[in-house]
Write a protein that binds this ligand. Structure first.
Ligand SMILES: [Zn+2]
Length: 84
């Protein structure tokens, strides 16, 4: 099952973000700008115990309790008063 998912979805749930930092170089006496590329997660919280990738739309769950609640409708008091 997980193998099939990997083939279907090649999304890493990450994106490269450019970080710009300006530092003052005391030796040269002027500001220097550095650019750095870092990997940033594209997964955002959309619900209680649930997140979604903004790139591929894949929904993930922080726990099996949350997955059971959203996919099977199994309520659990661990998820809070609204899910009991
Ligand atoms: Zn993704």
């Amino acid at each position: 099952m997980s193998v099939i998912n990997q083939v279907k979805n090649s999304c890493k749930h990450q994106t490269l973000v450019e970080i710009k930092t300006t530092t003052y170089n005391v030796y040269v006496g002027e500001y220097e700008t550095d650019y750095e590329w870092v990997w940033k997660s594209t997964e955002e919280d959309i619900d209680l115990h649930r997140y979604k990738c903004t790139q591929c739309g894949e929904i993930g769950y922080y726990s099996s309790v949350a997955e059971n609640y959203y996919t099977k409708g199994i309520k659990n008091p661990m998820l809070g008063p609204n899910c009991v």
